[in-house]
Design a protein around this ligand. Structure first.
Ligand SMILES: O=P(O)(O)O[C@H]1O[C@H](CO)[C@@H](O)[C@H]1O
Ligand SMILES: O=c1cc[nH]c(=O)[nH]1
Length: 231
């Protein structure tokens, strides 16, 4: 086992789906995979491996925020040999044309976090999706008739902002929406030479104030999961 994952080597697939919410991982394992087995429940951060259309797939909860996903991504890659990491997360929209339940492919992830400034000695690294994985996701979405929007997103260290207008400066530069992990996932994947992509479902709208319920957040992200599994 690694420090935070209780699995034997070989128990985790090369492709791992990464929802922030461990209960979303459980829901995916129960509803999309066959021959499923739980390999991790350390800290309640469930991880499962199963089969999807003849292919072995794992799904691992990552928790919320950069420090948490960084720990799981690091261990999945370095201790378990994961090669393809696909985040399936929720996000808040920063644009009127990005609506509740829309699916967003994060081509790149801007951030207000200091992680990369620390790693790069104050220089600025641009975290980007793996281009092959991104193109595969676009083609898979087309073939399944799933509409997607693609672009730059913000990975924020802050969920509850003091300034209600904070989003506006990012929106002005075309940022589609906000979540809390992708910049770290793309940076870690780049460092270790593995592929990563974040697929996000819009659950909140920063302009209109709309949002979906907590129950829906856990389980009703079916199109996004179908897309991620189809890549
Ligand atoms: O739904 P998940 O994957 O957790 O993603 C989003 O939801 C959490 C905030 O509610 C943050 O982790 C954010 O990135
Ligand atoms: O980070 C997040 C995730 C979902 N919705 C938001 O507004 N922010």
């Amino acid at each position: 086992m690694s420090l935070h994952i209780r699995a034997e080597k070989g128990e985790i697939a090369a492709t791992v789906l990464l929802p922030g919410d461990p209960l979303r991982a459980k829901w995916i394992a129960e509803n999309f995979l066959t021959e499923t087995r739980l390999y991790n429940d350390v800290r309640g951060m469930y991880g499962f491996t199963g089969m999807y259309k003849g292919r072995q797939i794992s799904v691992q909860g990552t928790g919320m925020g950069i420090p948490s996903i960084s720990i799981y991504a690091h261990e999945l890659i370095n201790d378990y040999g994961a090669r393809q990491l696909i985040r399936i997360g929720s996000a808040g929209s920063y644009q009127l044309h990005i609506k509740i339940r829309d699916i967003v492919l994060a081509m790149s992830a801007s951030t207000n976090s200091n992680i990369n400034r620390i790693h790069f000695n104050q220089d600025s690294f641009a975290p980007t999706a793996d281009p092959e994985l991104f193109l595969k996701a676009v083609k898979t979405a087309e073939s399944k008739g799933i509409a997607v929007k693609s672009g730059n997103i913000l990975t924020s260290d802050i969920f509850y902002d003091n300034d209600p207008n904070y989003y506006k400066k990012w929106a002005e530069y075309g940022i589609l929406g906000v979540e809390m992990e992708t910049a770290a996932l793309y940076s870690i994947a780049a460092k270790y030479g593995v592929k990563a992509l974040a697929i996000l479902t819009v659950t909140d709208h920063l302009i209109t104030g709309e949002h979906i319920t907590t129950e829906e957040r856990q389980v009703s992200l079916e199109e996004m999961v179908t897309l991620a599994l189809g890549i």
